[in-house]
Design a protein around this ligand. Sequence first.
Ligand SMILES: C[S@@+](CC[C@H](N)C(=O)[O-])C[C@H]1O[C@@H](n2cnc3c(N)ncnc32)[C@H](O)[C@@H]1O
Length: 394
Amino acid sequence: MEIGEHYIVKITDNDINGNGIARIENFVIFILHALKDEELEIEITNINKRYANAKIIKFIKKSNKRCDVACKSYSKCGGCAFLHVNKDIENEIKLDDINKLFNKNIKEILTNNEFNYRNKATFHIKNNTIGYYSEKTHDIVQFDDCLILDNRINEIYKYFKKSSLNNIDNIIVRVTTNEIMVIINGNLKEFNYKELVEKYNINSLYLNDKLIYGNAYILEIFNNLKYTIYPNAFFQINYDNMKILYDKVREYAGKGNKLIDLYCGTGTISLYLSDNFKNVLGIEINKEAILNANINKKLNNITNVEYICGDASILKKDNYDVIVLDPPRSGLSTKLIDKINDIEPTKIVYVSCNYKTLKRDIDLLNKYNLTKIECVNMFSKTKHIEVICLLEKI
Ligand SMILES: C[S@@+](CC[C@H](N)C(=O)[O-])C[C@H]1O[C@@H](n2cnc3c(N)ncnc32)[C@H](O)[C@@H]1O
């Protein structure tokens, strides 16, 4: 087999990355955006030891599950994996993978939206061209409207697309329900922001680490709680589905005496659950997020929550009723898993944006049964999905 060669194949399966899978003499080929049962002429684009990648050249038999793609940059960008199918097929593919891994029969992915949900985007700049990095490369991919971005971010992107971008490396745009933050990073000392700020009602504008216009943070309101967000603090990127997720965390955690919220970010979960517990502690490594968490606690007049800035594994032994875990994709460290196994909280609520590391960690939390598991489509159209689990002590 060589790069550039053409083959006729039948797709036997789909994967979570938006590929169809075929075999040529038992050698696995991943074909970008192909669908199960399709017959295709393909061209090999990349060859590895155990598999090859290919692109579609011609449809011999097209799946009736295929739908029109409204994004011209789909095959170059790599941000989305499921624009060529509707929501039901995307969910079927995602659930199939999760159910196999966890040996479960989850039937539904909870969601409130499908498009225009992302409240944060990073645009990279090369040779005065602004766009996303194409997957696995630093090539710039331009687009007209990104289908998963909040439309206010699309408009700001189009503004920069027409502007001079000399000495700018990247631009980050974040929005909340009512506010907008723009962060411009690069080798420039000043930025003429008047037109941008007035045209798009920007509330906060940073040049590198320096605030050059407006407020130091933007504000989101969730269930009557106010949350401030600094430029480098994490915030859930899908506000409508964050509501579903946090209500599930609240339901799974129940009520009790002591709750610990590990990887607490700006304190969103701990503050939302604080009325159901006597004492709440949040731990988070990002200094800006902890600053936000402490501001948020005061802003909402909540007095039974404390925050510590540090690695999640610094938690001390105590009688916790519930530990909430919401780590980044890499999941938990073995040091933290050993600590949790030693502390033995009654319940663990584990929120994960990577179900593979979630499964690995759950298997190591060996004093617990997985009693509930549900999925929230926080990242519709992409290969990612949020999974929430309740683990109860055996
Ligand atoms: C997926 S976010 C969850 C934040 C929060 N629970 C929320 O819903 O907004 C993960 C958070 O973990 C933090 N983090 C990453 N590594 C950490 C570590 N070793 N210890 C503590 N926090 C960490 C990140 O800064 C980020 O805020």
